[in-house]
Design a protein around this ligand. Sequence first.
Ligand code: 4UV
Length: 448
Amino acid sequence: FSILLLAAASAGIIVTTSNPAYTAGELSRQLEHSNAKAVFTIPQLVPVIRDAIDSSDSLKELANKITVFGESEGCRPFSTLMQDDGKAFPENTTINPLDDVCVLPYSSGTTGLPKGVMLTHDNIVANVQQFRKLLKVTEDDTSLGILPFFHIYGMCPVMMGVLVDGGKLVTLPKFDPEMFLKALDSHKVTQLHIVPPIVLFLGKHPMVSNFDLSNLNTITSGAAPLGEGLTNEVMTRLKAVIRQGYGLTETSPVTHLDVIPPNPGSIGCVIPNTLCRVVNAETDEDVAEGEVGEICVKGPQVMKGYLNNQKATDEMIKNGWLHTGDIGHYDKERDVFVITDRLKELIKYKGNQVAPAELEDLLLQHPAVQDVAVIGLPDEDGGEVPLAYIVKKPNQEVSAHDIMSFVEGNVAHYKRLRGGVEFIDQIPKSPSGKILRRILRESLPKPV
Ligand code: 4UV
């Protein structure tokens, strides 16, 4: 994948990446929307790609343009491209870095359907240069590529961030707890980029103690909020540093990356050559230190725009400032704290702000809680009340009342779980680790 991506970039070819879990319908939408001219995939996914191509007349020509890593009937093996003596590489490719699109990942941004995020060569190169000094990868480092490379976090900070400084990147096809731990141990992994659910696994799972993770010195967590409590717990258990990175697909992606030693619970300071404001979302005026507002950023990593969607671009980038839709505050060191992962996810109880991430971090400290997600439940009295979905640890008994009392004893009155507690088997999450609150909201009984 890295050879393909970097070769295409050098040849001036745009790469759009998609989730391997996509259905034929989702794939055909992206193939059509991005105006794809060829498909590169693995043999296992050829049937779903053929279904996607067959579903639309406009995609017919792609049927003969499938290249696979491996072998599959009717497809070109990627290895045949590697046998070229270099003559096939287009000569005289001219790239205008500020304007030409390099990669086109899809993101829903703050609202709506997935949109093609136009990241130019300049966006990508600028961002790699901005974060590499903070990542501090050396030729002696080994990283584990556990995050999917189709997502901007796996593609840039992980894949490009490790390769650009000569680190070794061991890849795994998916997260399997035992395979993951074995790989960390046997490859003596030193640096790890993960998402909060994996931090949680490293902090809580008994199996972790059976492996030697003593080479692991730096863990970077991003893509979703990671609370101070869990961070400290895992740092103590693993004797490794955990610092957060933050950003969006629309920002190539890094805008914030904490330094070492980190400030647990914070995403750190804005990275070099980037500006950050925390603003009152209604007035667009800067808020003071410690006050909550929308995080806005400006820098060379901000996308050119959404493909064929000027309206959504203009809604997100105003006067050169990208409005993240995330709310947070900053401290006297100018370290930023994201208090919930999206503005619209904020729960407001009688006008008071309740951040789901804050309650989740607290609930994770409960000895019987394996995983948790908190959403807002519409409420006649308070506007919205927090409801917790809880995954219990195996062989643990705990009642809804116990959980509610635990929260009551630890937070201000307006943050109590007035919406109640539901026990479920698994918290729905995207491949990049974000809680899919929409799915939980949709499972709620509709008001009559
Ligand atoms: O568009 P996206 O799916 O992009 C990402 C990017 C993850 C990154 C970026 C830079 C890093 O250094 C890194 O380690 C990971 O996930 O989703 C963007 C939204 O994800 C939430 C926030 O709501 C963004 O608008 N998000 C990303 N990182 C964090 C986060 C974080 N550290 N804390 C809280 N929310």
